[in-house]
Design a binder for this molecule. Structure first.
Ligand code: ATP
Length: 241
């Protein structure tokens, strides 16, 4: 699978740009004029009150939902359909197929067909990278919640996407495992040159992980970015939102 967009001038345009995205569900307005830019290699966190539209914005960024107005640009090119360059990672631990072994779940991130020896090797390599090298043959129910989330990360990275759209991926694991997963994600993004838009409810997580932190208010607007990232300002922005 190619890891570059054919014909796109590398480095000339940001990896992702959302331009004035507006979206309504059944006539009810959700997103209003949302614009954001992600440069290659960034891990940008998105905070906002429950129900404000964060997941909806991720789905638009992956072209799983089309906006009523506005544009999604991937390396400067308008996109209107999902592609393997952009992948979503969710919070629930049931992202894995329970009847497939861990290794076979990860292979599904690479191919839907019969895997070649090289593809099987690639799946094993990424599982080793996430610390599951000894758990290849297990089924998801034989893993802890944190291990399942590691396997889900392995599957997401196995397909070599460039943009990870992450919807509170660590919300349902306990605090010590969450810290490990946060460190693992940073390492994987660095080593695989990935870029991520990471939704979280947790201000501490956003400050720890994000090179930038964006805030969406209750009206589905992205607030102007405040470069003075600190806990108090973010909490205040969330409350006012
Ligand atoms: N398919 C849909 N059809 C109609 N309304 C929807 C649909 N999906 C989401 N909504 C509504 O749109 C609003 C935004 O939902 P969304 O899931 O994007 O919010 P969120 O900020 O991610 O919420 P949370 O933080 O609770 O996960 C909510 O009011 C939700 O009920």
């Amino acid at each position: 699978m190619s890891n570059t967009l054919a014909g796109a001038p590398r480095g000339a345009s940001p990896l992702l740009h959302l331009e004035k995205i507006t979206l309504a569900y059944d006539g009810a307005p959700i997103l209003h004029n949302c614009s954001l830019t992600l440069e290659e290699g960034e891990l940008v966190c998105l905070l906002g009150p429950s129900g404000c539209g964060k997941t909806t914005l991720l789905k638009v960024a992956g072209s799983f939902l089309l906006p009523r107005s506005g544009e999604v640009l991937l390396q400067g090119r308008p996109v209107t359909a999902p592609d393997p360059q952009r992948i979503m990672v969710f919070q629930d631990q049931d992202q894995l197929f329970p009847w497939k072994r861990v290794e076979d779940n990860v292979i599904l991130g690479i191919t839907r067909g019969r895997p070649t020896p090289a593809e099987r090797e690639a799946a094993r390599a990424i599982l080793t990278e996430v610390g599951l090298g000894e758990a290849l043959r297990r089924y998801p129910h034989q893993l802890s919640g944190g291990m399942r989330q590691r396997a889900a990360l392995a599957r997401a990275f196995a397909g070599r996407p460039r943009l990870f759209l992450m919807d509170e991926p660590f919300a349902s694991v306990d605090a010590p495992q969450r810290r490990e997963l946060q460190g693992l994600l940073q390492r994987l993004l660095r080593d695989h040159r990935g870029t991520a838009l990471f939704v979280t409810h947790d201000v501490e997580e956003a400050l720890l992980l994000g090179s930038r932190v964006l805030v969406m208010n209750r009206r589905g607007e992205l607030l102007p970015e405040d470069p003075r990232r600190d806990r108090d300002r973010l909490n205040q922005a969330l409350q006012e939102g």
